[in-house]
Design a binder for this molecule. Structure first.
Ligand code: ADP
Ligand code: MG
Length: 400
């Protein structure tokens, strides 16, 4: 088999794409430049599409069976964003990829992968062609940001169990001055081994943790997709420049999803946003909270329920639109139902600059009780501290 290796350092598409990316001993050293990371997005799209059914199957056994679809949608949107905006540095490309994932995936993996890539991109900064060591260090910062966001430690059977060993492998390979292909081979091996090892572990984070010990015996879906992303990093070295997948994410149907109860002209109340995986749940809880308030003039309240296409999940886009629609300059309290809704809001709060209005805070309370408490407190004119305190009270209310 013959192959023409991709041009090592050009940032323009390779004019002679090879049919197969063979690993040749004589292959020239490739550079981790912007063109390389574009190829990485293309390869990631190829691999997540190829393995989508498997990822979904893994997630179906101990989760909710949407992981493959989540990644296909998310990285499709990343492909479209990169093709359209044409970032000119690896850092800018990864930052864009991260923001896009957070904004388009309605599952926990969106904000988690999104935060990791965004942080990686930020740490790379303006570097034109990072070294293996620099990439490893930046991914290490990405790993830390995921752990901060999701609270997972090594051994909790999450994507952290594949990402952490891959980061270590890159650091060690960089230290030993190994050639790029070997360094990435090591990262793939480490991530793969980490993902395989989740089978013996009890899941302690994410949906799979609801199963407790019954999660043992099944591999974690997210750890497998990290291994896939590493495979794509390796494949991108020798891959020809490919067309980026340019699948547009489904357009948001804002008017149908964001319900605004208060006229925007009134000012001076704390805005309330209810975020649920389900549009029906968010709207019903909002209706109940409104009804229980009685004759008090209603608080500015909006819901962000489900995904823009009407599915179950969380949408950063809908949350941002909802928060803006209720902002009257006194802060916005965001109450989420669970899991990825919380992760998405925290990821949005962590972005700089944040798309959310100034003074937006996440509320820690059970969804229904919290919604009633904060809606009433805002309606009677309480400030953001009073609203947060009301949520605290709702959280402390015991039922037995
Ligand atoms: P969802 O769980 O919302 O359906 P996905 O199915 O897309 O989202 O992603 C599930 C994966 O996300 C899990 O397999 C796990 O690797 C990862 N995950 C979930 N919660 C956490 C967390 N708190 N910390 C780290 N990883 C997590
Ligand atoms: Mg899932």
């Amino acid at each position: 088999m013959t192959a023409t290796p991709a041009s090592p350092t050009t940032s323009t598409p390779s004019p002679t794409p090879s049919a197969e990316a063979a690993v040749l001993d004589t292959a020239p050293e490739a550079a981790l430049d912007t063109a390389y990371f574009r190829r990485w997005i293309a390869e990631t799209n190829r691999l997540v599409r190829r393995d989508s059914a498997r990822l979904t199957e893994l997630d179906a056994v101990i989760g909710d069976g949407d992981h493959g679809a989540n990644l296909v949608r998310g990285f499709g949107a990343v492909g479209a964003a990169v093709a359209e905006q044409r970032p000119t540095t690896p850092g800018a490309l990864l930052t864009l990829a991260g923001t896009t994932l957070t904004n388009t995936v309605g599952g926990a993996s969106g904000p988690l992968f999104g935060t990791a890539l965004r942080r990686t991109g930020k740490v790379l900064g303006d570097t034109g062609t990072p070294t293996v060591t620099e990439l490893g260090a930046a991914l290490g910062a990405g790993l830390k940001s995921v752990q901060k966001l999701g609270g997972a430690e090594l051994g909790d059977a999450t994507l952290v169990d594949a990402l952490a060993p891959a980061v270590t492998a890159l650091a060690e390979a960089g230290e030993a001055d190994r050639p790029l292909r070997e360094a990435l081979d090591e990262a793939v091996r480490a991530a793969r081994a980490g993902a395989d090892a989740t089978e013996a572990l009890e899941a302690r984070k994410g949906r799979a943790s609801y199963l407790g010990e019954r999660s043992i015996g099944h591999q974690d879906a997210g750890a497998n997709s990290v291994a896939l992303l590493m495979e794509a990093l390796r494949a991108a070295v020798d891959a020809p420049e490919a067309e980026l997948v340019t699948e547009e994410p489904a357009a948001a149907e804002e008017p149908a999803q964001v319900r605004e109860q208060a006229p925007k002209t009134r000012t001076g109340r704390v805005g309330i946003v209810l975020v649920s995986h389900s549009k029906a749940v968010a709207e019903s809880v909002a209706a109940l909270a409104g009804a229980l308030i009685g004759s008090v003039e209603p608080a500015p309240l909006a819901v962000a329920g489900g995904t823009p296409d009407g599915g179950i999940g969380t949408s950063a886009e809908l949350i941002t639109a909802a928060a803006r629609s209720v902002d009257e300059g006194r802060g916005v309290a965001v109450l989420c139902d669970m899991g990825s809704a919380v992760l998405t809001v925290n990821a949005l709060l962590g972005e700089e600059p944040s798309q959310l209005p100034d003074g937006t805070r996440i509320v820690d309370a059970p969804f229904l009780e919290g919604a009633v408490a904060i809606t009433l407190t805002s309606a009677i004119g309480g400030d953001i501290d009073a609203v947060l305190a009301a949520a605290e009270d709702a959280r402390g209310y015991r039922k037995r």
